[in-house]
Design a protein around this ligand. Structure first.
Ligand code: HEM
Length: 139
């Protein structure tokens, strides 16, 4: 994915040419602006900068995240690890704007699986050890 510099992002803040960064990804929202249910002015206000907080504060739906009229331009310079994190949690570009809540849930369910596996292996190990011990005492 292309890396977009902070300078490049900043340039796109004029009427009809609006880019914004959300969760480390840079989107061109120019075409979508007139159709934004919250009004074009809200998008214009955050033009050329990181708008992750504003986007999440408005409690957008999954449908909003998958809006087809926004165009992914690349990842914001310095956000490479953040984007790797999205991918690690199962995000792909075609899903649109990543949902941090879904990714937190994916992370915690992955760690739950690790804990469950360790417990299971430990229990089987203890049972085998007890079995071997009891057999050795019988003889
Ligand atoms: C790529 C960026 C964005 C997309 C695709 C988008 C899309 C949408 C959509 C589809 C809705 C309708 C409700 C829903 O489905 O969630 C909505 C509502 C809204 N959006 Fe956005 N939005 C974006 C960015 C923003 C930003 C940056 C802000 C704030 C600065 C914002 C503020 C709002 C508000 C306040 C509403 C509620 C409007 C109402 O119910 O009257 N949006 N947006």
């Amino acid at each position: 994915m292309k890396v977009v510099s902070h300078e490049e992002l900043k340039k796109h803040n004029s009427e009809g040419d609006v880019w914004m960064a959300i969760h480390g990804l840079v989107y061109d929202v120019s075409k979508f602006m007139p159709d934004h249910p919250g009004g074009a002015h809200l998008l214009q206000d955050v033009a050329g900068r990181n708008a992750s907080g504003e986007f999440e504060d408005a409690l957008h739906s999954e449908q909003a995240r998958a809006e087809e009229a926004i165009v992914l331009k690349g990842m914001l310079e310095g956000c490479e690890q953040q984007v790797e994190g999205h991918r690690g949690a199962g995000w792909t570009e075609d899903q649109g704007i990543p949902n941090p809540e879904v990714q937190e849930a994916a992370k915690s369910s992955a760690s739950q699986t690790v804990v469950a596996t360790v417990l299971l292996v430990g229990t089987i190990g203890a049972a085998l050890a007890a079995f071997a011990f009891l057999r050795s005492r019988k003889q």
